[in-house]
Design a protein around this ligand. Structure first.
Ligand SMILES: Cc1ncc(COP(=O)(O)O)c(C=O)c1O
Length: 404
């Protein structure tokens, strides 16, 4: 018999993991607002606790609404299994607590989302885990640093906030040769733009608060990997260590976001490249970092591992931080807010906001410039986004001229 061909990404983002015939024909998966689940008899309950059968026990471990989301997301990442969490930080901490013990080493890229960095420095390192931060955009640095003590290699690509890329295939290969696990924070790309597991990584983690849900109306996290690793994450990290369980209502809303993920990511990418080019050609803009630009330093790598450059741009203005503040304050439609990946365009200043968890000295040595701005390009019309940026840049230019 001919094997049915695998359905496309958009189709799977809408249908995988749910059979409406098992739910009275409801088009959308039912919302199971139940903390606990009854057992037919004592034997069934004890069996479930012993890992026999596939029913539900208690919603901190699993829940039928979350199960649909997890099956769907695992499929999109090309993973055997996935686990959902109350936030991206819930996903990251649950995964790292599961696989690290005192005496182990975790090697990470030197630039990370601010709260991930804070967790490593203020959390893990206080419990006897050695945290080493190196520049993973140079795989040779990993080859030199990795040892028997290294249990995990962890990074984001693109890196938040400076848009540097890490070669997922090269890093995963070196880590695997040394018996270490590679974990990639795939928040900026989502599985639609980048598939770390297919490139050799062992696990992915996500802030599903961002592009995956896409509408700025919920906080959620996801992790995906082998069935064996995800079972450990669920039964150790999530159940016993963090308890960072996702609520079913947010899971339901997140599945609504997933249904439009591919078209949103195409649109974010199309608009972001236009805006990045327009910013680049403006006199008031000193630097623009966006992986889709022809002169982006890691353009080859971007083409190899990303479908498009994504929806986030990093930039610096002429005149440094003072001008950046004037520019940000002059924006009308684009909102000053942290987070990214929403339908609404958002802008923020990492050094004083998302990356204020680093000391100024740490920011200097971890490649986070004090005048860097992070723009999350939304789904508004590209012309309207540019008009707002242009009028704010014109205001910043006038104040620079007045000051001269
Ligand atoms: C790359 C990245 N990872 C993880 C997180 C944390 O996710 P959450 O805010 O959902 O806890 C963020 C949040 O901004 C992020 O940008």
């Amino acid at each position: 018999m001919k094997k049915p061909s695998r359905q496309g990404f958009s189709t799977r983002a809408i249908h995988t993991g749910y059979n409406d015939r098992e739910a009275k024909g409801a088009l959308n998966p039912p919302l199971y607002l139940s903390s606990t689940f009854t057992f037919k008899n004592t034997r069934e309950g004890s069996g479930l606790f012993a890992g026999e059968g596939d029913g539900h026990i208690y919603s901190r471990i699993s829940n039928p609404t979350l199960e649909v989301l997890e099956k769907r997301f695992a499929d999109l990442e090309g993973a055997e299994a996935a686990v959902s969490f109350a936030s991206g930080m819930g996903a990251i901490t649950s995964v790292l607590w599961t696989f690290l013990s005192a005496g182990d080493e975790i090697i990470t890229d030197k630039t990370l989302y601010g709260c991930t960095y804070a967790f490593l420095q203020h959390g893990l390192s206080r419990f006897g885990v050695k945290v080493s931060c190196i520049d993973l955009s140079d795989p040779e640095q990993l080859r030199a640093a990795i040892s028997q003590q290294t249990k995990i290699v962890y990074f984001e690509s693109p890196v938040n906030p400076n848009m540097k890329l890490v070669d997922i295939e090269a890093i995963s290969k070196i880590a695997r040769e040394q018996g270490a696990l590679t974990i990639v924070d795939n928040t900026y790309c989502t599985p639609y733009l980048q598939q770390p597991l297919a490139l050799g990584a062992d696990m992915v983690v996500h802030s599903a608060t961002k592009f995956l849900s896409g509408h700025g109306d919920l906080i959620a996290g996801l992790a995906a990997g082998s069935a064996e690793n995800m079972l450990r994450v669920r039964m150790e990290g999530l159940k016993d260590m963090t308890g960072a369980v996702l609520d079913p209502l947010s899971a339901h809303q997140l599945m609504r976001g997933l249904k439009t993920l591919s078209i949103r990511m195409d649109r974010h990418g199309e608009t972001a490249i236009k805006i990045a080019r327009q910013l680049q050609s403006h006199l008031m803009v000193k630097n623009v970092w966006y992986p889709g630009l022809d002169d982006f330093a890691q353009n080859d790598l971007a083409e190899r591992q990303m479908r498009n450059g994504g929806g986030v741009i990093a930039l610096e203005l002429v005149g440094g931080f003072d001008q950046a503040t004037r520019f940000m304050d002059a924006l009308c439609m684009i909102k000053r807010a942290v987070s990214l990946g929403d339908a609404d365009s958002l802008i923020q200043h990492p050094a004083s906001m998302t990356h204020s968890t680093y000391t100024p000295e740490e920011r200097a040595s971890h490649d986070i410039s004090e005048s860097l701005l992070r723009l999350s390009v939304g789904l508004e019309d590209a012309d309207d986004i540019w008009k707002d940026l242009e009028q704010a840049l014109a205001g910043a230019k006038q104040s620079l001229v007045r000051a001269a």
